[in-house]
Design a protein around this ligand. Sequence first.
Ligand code: GLN
Length: 545
Amino acid sequence: MTKFIFVTGGVVSSIGKGIVAASLGRLLKSRDYSVSILKLDPYINIDPGTMSPFQHGEVFVTQDGAETDLDLGHYERFTDTLMSRLNSVTTGSIYQAVINRERRGDYNGGTVQVIPHITNEIKDRITLVAKDTNPDVLITEIGGTVGDIESLPFMEAIRQLRKQVGRQNVLYMHVTLLPYIASAGEMKTKPTQHSVKELRSIGIQPDILVCRSDRPIPAGLKQKLSEFCDVPEKCVITSQDALSIYEVPLILEREGLAEQALALLQMEQRIPDLTQWRTMVERLYSPKRTLEIAIVGKYVRLSDAYLSVVEALRHAAIATHADLRLRWINSEILETEPAENYLEGVDGVLVPGGFGTRGVDGKIAAIKYARDRHIPFLGLCLGMQCAVIEWARNIGGFSDANSAEFDPDTTNPVINLLPEQQDVVDLGGTMRLGLYPCQILPNTLAAKLYQDDVIYERHRHRYEFNNAYRKLLLESGYVISGTSPDGRLVEIVEFPNHPFFIACQFHPEFQSRPSNPHPLFEGFMQAAIALNYPNTNLQTPVEVS
Ligand code: GLN
């Protein structure tokens, strides 16, 4: 029987509910309980796949090809458990299902309403995840803040669910903020009190409060919160800001979060094994060398747009004892100014994925710079496509070479639409999405990094390498080190006369874990270290879980 934990947020948005949910997942998993985490998002989009990264940050892709909220990335990284398309639900997808049913006549002429039809659909989606993987605990995070009009149906659904599955099987956890008012020299509990009041007015009494604060909370404050919010003092958990999100599970463990949750859910108390996690955090906090990596992209204004890429770099940095510095470069600037003005001194250049023509020529300039100057280069998805355009223009001699995405009339479309994409008109969920196998060519950099001949990686793209240029690419010294098993699709390209130059059509960042970095990212970091700290003897990375 699955137990249910619902995580709501109060006071302000971006309070880190996702990290709290993911951390609790880690703490339960460390006690040998299986967990799954579901995100309920109150917006009308069917999924975030069509949303601008500027608005919503990165689109995280699950193994089964769902385009989901970036919190699912945290869930996977913290719990080392795979999420599926069932783990991401939006208001849009709920309404779509109900309206489709209405159109089919399934409601037999009845009036279709928010209560019960929408709330029932929400409850069904929650219980569906529980049925699908049968975890010991299903944590459900409700996006937005208590009091938002649009999250009301979700709140009502989780309120009803307690009755449906039994009181002892449901726990409500409310994450709030304790702001520090400098002029008064005081930390304030009033916003939390109001938020709990709001939650109660919709019939939910929180069992646990998790209070974010930027400093230690003074004695007596927990007691005050306990009295005003009707939550036992031991269930008032403080989550003080940490230097790294990966420390949060350790902070919450010290505060007794998992212990209280298990007690409330009448589950067996077990001793957690956080050894590996602790080792990872200790390494993170005691780097031996500094590395600066440039991320050249178009969405650099909002670092969340590249969340998994940044986390994958951090995981590789942890494994190689490096203090990671990021140099964010808006690729557009490199279209008018020399690359060295911005890239001078970096230890590695990473060009991540993206869509649309803006800034593409700047990414190409960055890749040329990294190739010419022998700076380690890692290209991801659009990053690989740009590496191919760079080859075509600067080595292949096709000055007008381009991707058909950016110039449909180019005479040299070195990147072309995937055949199965020719007739696609709908933008939502129609790319090449999810996990695909890739055959690795022996004796290549990819083979050395992966130590495997068939690997599986997640994809999200419409365009691919145009095979008409394969022969020319190979003749000029490039290596195609990864293809689809039938050999048709080019998945990895590398340039051997270089310390580290590799680019892939997939998104390796989604599979990286804090204690188990992705081989491409780790290799990239090792190459950067080898060039900058030639006498370094890299210790073996932290063990794989
Ligand atoms: N825009 C490119 C394509 O659709 C690359 C996509 C990406 O980088 N995720 O193929």
